[in-house]
Design a protein around this ligand. Structure first.
Ligand code: NAP
Length: 485
């Protein structure tokens, strides 16, 4: 390869995008002396993806990972172009005429639906929207969450998002006060009448996707008891699961749940109830047309031999039913990626098809990613992916570091193969792409613009002892960013 820099566009500024940028910009990384230049394009005026808009506000330590990303952003060969939407302000083809590589790091922004009747009733929400709403994501600022009309909420799913949602619904005002929860959510949460949150898993405690610290935290809340029925726990644990038995997290989850089942309630004002072996089958309206009842099928666990290498226990309906009166339902059964214009998309898995981070042509018959031209071997030259849109929505923030390294190693290898593996841009000129982006989006937000938003939000938080008061509307953000842009 020549001495001229290799120019990379990273699409999306969440953890995966920042880890990829950081790996690319590390001196001497990959054992070569190629200079990489990274431009990061982000749809919002603000960076950090789910660290800003997904991590629960009462988990500030997890959010402090942004200090690492700030170091990457300060690198002289890094630029941030916020408020720029891939596919709207600039196309894949245009980026390929300016960059040697594109790294798609757009995450999995939408919820997976339950696919049951009544899912659209008022009072039924996707966890993705609710999480975005309390975290001040501008897409969800106007979400109407009625916490005054319901005393019971049901959260579907046994993952950490379900735990986050349940916890946020019962946090005491004193626990919420020092957080960066969006002001609009603080107002609604302060008036909440929700007294009980039922977390429903379709399988048992040994199969739950919770991690141990998150499950333990439920037992330490100031205002809420955690309730587990010992008989239901025993029933759900009656079928032996060798996979769960070998998994240290699952074993510890079961111990924690047993301790909850054994301990008498402290008599706190609110409760979180953990239920198992139940699948919602319908959401039924109450008198007002608002959600009134969740109808559920009782399940049993059976062996699933579909993949003999990974035997699993699967939930099967027993034919018995149960109903839970509830004015609110949050479905927290996982996230899903959305197709990017012109980029291959595996609709079944909700990810960009790839091999170790190298983007592959659209799967046959998918109809997605038209215009994306697979080259020999099915690879799209110079196109890569990282994070949840690469592997699906699993793992914690740190998982993306290793995941991004795999992709960046592929870029290093392709760059080292005498330029064979990378794209050959017609105009690898940093000034030209910036001119084009500014022409298409005059309100482009640079990293200095974000720094201005950051300072503003932090200063708003200072008087009340909060880390920040988030701006939740794009126009407000742009006004503040304009001081620096
Ligand atoms: P997840 O961990 O994949 O959990 C999804 C849950 O939904 C599983 O219990 C799954 O049950 C259930 N489910 C799926 N389809 C269902 C259906 N049709 N009906 C009923 N239940 C269904 O997903 P997540 O909670 O969205 O979390 C995503 C990732 O972010 C995870 O890796 C999580 O650990 C991470 N995260 C971490 C934190 C933290 O560290 N504090 C916070 C939030 C999220 P089955 O197992 O039966 O499929």
């Amino acid at each position: 390869m020549t001495d001229s820099p290799i120019r990379v566009a990273v699409i999306g500024s969440g953890p995966a995008g920042f880890y990829a940028a950081g790996h690319l910009l590390k001196d001497g990384a990959g054992g070569h002396s190629i200079n990489f230049e990274v431009d990061m394009l982000e749809r919002l005026p603000t960076p950090w993806g789910l660290v800003r808009s997904g991590v629960a506000p009462d988990h500030p330590k997890i959010k402090s990972v942004t200090r690492i990303y700030e170091k990457t952003a300060a690198h002289p060969r890094f630029r941030f172009f916020g408020n720029v939407c891939f596919g709207e302000h600039v196309s894949r083809e245009e980026l390929l005429s300016h960059y040697h590589a594109i790294v798609y790091a757009t995450g999995t922004p939408v919820d997976r639906p339950l696919g049951i009747p009544g899912e659209e009733l008022p009072g039924s929400h996707a966890a993705t929207e609710f999480v975005g709403w309390y975290n001040g994501h501008p897409d969800h600022t106007d979400l109407e969450v009625d916490l005054r009309s319901a005393e019971r909420a049901v959260v579907i799913g046994n993952g950490n998002v379900a735990i986050d949602v349940a916890r946020m619904l019962v946090l005491a005002p004193s626990e919420l006060a020092p957080t960066d929860t969006a002001d609009h959510a603080l107002e609604v949460l302060a008036e909440s009448h929700v007294k009980e949150v039922v977390i429903v898993g379709r399988r048992g405690p040994a199969q739950a996707a919770f991690t141990n610290p998150e499950l333990l935290e439920l037992g330490e809340l100031a205002d809420a008891d955690v309730i587990v029925d010992p008989a239901e726990l025993d029933r759900a644990l009656a079928v032996h699961d060798s996979g769960a038995e070998e998994n240290i997290t699952s074993r510890r989850n079961v111990e924690i749940l047993r301790s909850y089942a054994e301990r008498p309630p402290y008599g706190r004002a609110k409760r979180i109830v953990l239920r198992f072996l139940l699948s919602p089958t319908a959401l039924l309206p109450g008198d007002s047309g608002h959600l009134g009842t969740v109808e559920l099928a009782r399940n049993e666990l059976i062996a699933d031999q579909t993949d003999p290498a990974h035997p699993q226990l699967r939930a099967r309906a027993t034919g018995e039913q149960e109903t839970i009166p509830a004015g609110l339902v949050f479905r927290a059964i996982g996230y899903r990626g959305v197709p990017l214009p012109g980029v291959p998309h595996d609709a079944r898995r909700g990810v960009i098809p790839n091999e170790g981070g190298r983007v592959l042509g659209a799967p046959e018959g998918s109809g997605d990613g038209e215009g994306a031209r697979p080259q020999a071997g099915g690879r799209l030259r110079g196109e890569y992916t990282v994070g949840w849109i690469k592997r699906g929505p699993s793992g914690v923030i740190g998982t993306n570091k290793k995941d991004a390294q795999e992709t960046v190693d592929a870029i290093f290898a392709d760059a080292a193969s005498d330029g064979e593996g990378l794209n050959v841009p017609a105009s690898p000129d940093g000034a030209a792409i910036e001119r084009l982006l500014r022409e298409r989006q005059p309100e482009l937000v640079t990293y200095d613009g974000w720094a201005s938003i950051d300072r503003h939000e932090r200063s708003l938080g200072e008087s009340t002892g909060r880390p920040r008061v988030k701006l939740t509307r794009i126009d407000e953000m742009l006004r503040v960013a304009a001081d620096e842009n």
